[in-house]
Design a protein around this ligand. Structure first.
Ligand code: UDP
Ligand code: MG
Length: 317
């Protein structure tokens, strides 16, 4: 029988460990004639009782619930990567634990995988439950990312809700980078991809870990992870001070009015701003080079508790 691994990263999610497991076990039960389920709960350094709750679920459902406990909070990407490294299934599904990625879609994703897709992507056609700033921020992020991705085809509004065949999962794990952003790595590997569309539900319980401020470093990691286009296009910024420069020179030649002096001042300050932006873009890439050169792991596993459906040979690291 084929095994499906489901990876769910959790950080301070005590209020939804049980609800998540309950829903996933229902899905596992409805498909039990065809598939075995390995549901991997990744504890990403939670400070509340998430881990205790995970242990309770593991003890109550030793066939299906496996646990990966990280040494500290590494962030969503580190948690996803630890889950992928521990997964032993023929297909691996990554999903948020807050039930915003509906478990009811799993049978359709599995069906598309069985029909030949190596990657099945969850695409959020509506985000009716997200606030204005989150929606606007996400819209801008996907637009920028899409315009920089070159030959890598990004699916619209696709985040971490994905199914990967064993082959696709192994390819992702073999990518050497430290700055691993799952949502840009999956389209990078290519392979036959299918899509399931869904309306993003409200969070079942607890609070989001991402506000607009914490999304900025994440967005920068994705951009530097997918493209060097910002470095190539940065020269375009000089167009604004150049126009102002021409304006000020023309102004000074035509008249010696005070207005022209203001234009010169404006030119100087905009030029400084543009230079600073250019330095920041370069610095961002230098920072990424440093991270890659150090070569530290994206996350460290403190404890790994497989379930009975875990295939033997799992490294759990
Ligand atoms: N998460 C995590 N580590 C973190 C932050 C978040 O494992 O440092 C998990 C979180 O528990 C959830 C998923 O990542 O299962 C998505 O987080 P969240 O729901 O807060 O993001 P949003 O859906 O609001 O973008
Ligand atoms: Mg969420």
């Amino acid at each position: 029988m084929k095994t499906i691994s489901v990876v769910a990263p959790m950080y301070n999610e005590e209020s939804l460990v049980h609800a998540y497991c309950e829903q996933m076990l229902m899905i596992a039960d409805s498909l039990k004639d065809k598939y075995e389920f390995e549901i991997i709960l990744v504890n990403d350094g939670s400070r509340d009782s998430t881990y205790t709750k995970m242990l309770e679920e593991h003890e109550a459902h030793p066939d299906n619930i496996a646990i990966v406990c990280l040494t500290r909070n590494f962030g969503l990407e580190g948690a996803v990567s630890a889950g992928l490294r521990s997964a032993t299934g023929d297909a691996v599904i990554v999903m948020d634990a807050d039930l915003q990625d509906p478990p009811s879609l799993l049978p359709e994703m599995i069906q598309k995988w069985e029909a030949g897709a190596d990657v099945v992507t969850g695409s959020r056609i509506r985000r009716s439950n997200d606030g204005f700033f989150k929606k606007a921020g996400a819209g801008f992020y996907y637009k920028v990312l899409g315009s920089l991705s070159g030959k890598v085809k990004l699916e619209k509004s696709a985040a971490n809700f994905r199914l990967l065949s064993r082959k696709a999962c192994d390819m992702i794990l073999a990518l050497p980078e430290v700055n691993s952003v799952f949502r840009v790595e999956v389209p990078f590997i290519g392979m036959k991809t299918d899509v399931v569309e869904y309306d993003r539900d409200k969070r079942y319980a607890g609070k989001t870990k991402y506000n607009l401020k914490s999304m900025i470093p994440y967005a920068l990691d994705s951009i530097t992870g997918i493209s060097v286009e910002p470095l190539r296009r940065i020269w375009l910024l000089q167009i604004i001070p150049l126009l102002l420069f021409i304006g000020s020179v023309a102004g000074l030649i035509i008249s010696d009015e005070l207005r022209s002096a203001w234009l010169v001042l404006l030119f100087a300050s905009i030029l400084t701003g543009v230079l600073l932006i250019a330095v920041c873009v370069v610095a961002e890439y230098i920072g990424q080079i440093m991270i890659e050169v150090k070569g530290r792991p994206t996350s460290l596993i403190y404890e790994y508790k497989p379930c009975k459906n875990t295939k033997t040979g799992s490294k759990g690291n």
